[in-house]
Design a protein around this ligand. Structure first.
Ligand SMILES: NC(=O)c1ccc[n+]([C@@H]2O[C@H](COP(=O)([O-])OP(=O)(O)OC[C@H]3O[C@@H](n4cnc5c(N)ncnc54)[C@H](OP(=O)(O)O)[C@@H]3O)[C@@H](O)[C@H]2O)c1
Length: 246
């Protein structure tokens, strides 16, 4: 039976992940911002849920205390998953520093403020899995979403360092590089065949977190696609409107 902490647990994908751990009989502590959504999740998880906390994770000064509270309730952490995110409005982030800062805060600063206490706790335990939901958007700056992409890319880079630091301690660090998923975050986006479902992505995440750490594309078909997108020379990239357009 694993002790699982999910931060940003009201995300559509995180809720599906939580359900899967509960079905396996694992113990969960869930943290989310929206009290009504969190209460509904907790009630659906039943006795598997040993604790919950309503928290705005943008309040970075409070995040170490929140991880401590979860650790006290669970006893130890086998899986710590950071799931929350904010796509934001790209055009708005180009006009307003407040808007850009909000996107950078939620997707990068907040993540770092949670990874610090999680990494230290797991290092002290000498075991466990630490995971963050990053994005393929972090692999190449595109006019469509480069503020969000920059925050996700920086979190991917940050986790590379954490992974190599914790390798010797026996802690597995997972960077989950998600492609587009049909969730509230992408509600208004036109859907295409590359969109995944929250259910499918959640099953892949739970499977990945049972294994060794590393960077993983979810779904897997994003690995070859991003190999091409990442390596296209900029003059060519800029001429391909389906990649570099708005
Ligand atoms: N959907 C995609 O296409 C896609 C692609 C790549 C990566 N991702 C990443 O996957 C993760 C899950 O996203 P999703 O698709 O499941 O989206 P979602 O259903 O829209 O969930 C986003 C969640 O983040 C939470 N959140 C945002 N700011 C927060 C804050 N300051 N404090 C606490 N919670 C906060 C939201 O809380 P509220 O419920 O309170 O609003 C919401 O539950 C995110 O990190 C996202 O960036 C998603």
């Amino acid at each position: 039976m694993a002790n699982v902490l999910i931060l940003g647990a009201t995300s559509a994908i995180a809720q599906e992940v939580a359900k899967r751990y509960a079905e396996r009989g694992d113990r969960l502590f869930v943290v989310g911002r929206n009290p009504a959504k969190l209460a509904a999740l907790v009630s659906g998880l039943g006795p598997s849920c040993v604790g919950s906390l309503v928290a705005d994770l943008d309040d970075t000064d409070a995040n170490a205390r929140r991880v401590d509270e979860a650790l006290d309730a669970l006893g130890s952490i086998d899986v710590g998953l950071v799931a929350h995110g904010l796509l934001g409005d790209q055009l708005e982030t180009e006009r307003s520093w407040d808007s850009a800062e909000a996107v950078l805060r939620t997707n990068l600063l907040s993540v770092v403020s949670l990874v610090i206490p999680l990494a230290n706790a797991l290092e002290e335990q000498g075991r466990g899995h630490l995971a963050v939901m990053s994005s393929v958007a972090g692999e190449r700056g595109r006019p469509r979403n480069y503020t969000y992409g920059a925050a996700k890319g920086a979190s991917t880079l940050y986790l590379q360092g954490v992974r190599s630091r914790l390798w010797a301690a026996g802690v597995e660090v997972h960077t989950l590089k998600l492609g587009p998923v049909d969730t509230p975050m992408t509600e208004t986006h036109p859907k295409n065949a590359l969109f995944a479902t929250a259910e499918g992505v959640a099953s892949s995440i739970v499977r990945l977190l049972d294994g060794p750490g590393g960077e993983a594309y979810v779904p897997k078909y994003w690995a070859p696609i991003m190999g091409v997108v990442r390596n296209l020379p900029e003059p060519l990239f800029q001429r391909l409107k389906f990649l570099s357009g708005r």
